[in-house]
Write a protein that binds this ligand. Sequence first.
Ligand code: ZN
Length: 63
Amino acid sequence: MNECQQQSVQCPYCGELIELSIDFSAPNQSYIEDCSVCCHPINIAVDIDFDQQVHLQVTHENE
Ligand SMILES: [Zn+2]
């Protein structure tokens, strides 16, 4: 079982695709990661299903 998985998400600021490493050991997490392209802080919410389906939500910091 892999503990970490790469996922691509679209930056809500600049629209570029950025790679995230999702940590599967925590089923629900939210954190802020700076976009590697435009450096804006992105709110990232991660939800992992019982069958390892990943649901990602990315929002502006102030939403
Ligand atoms: Zn960006």
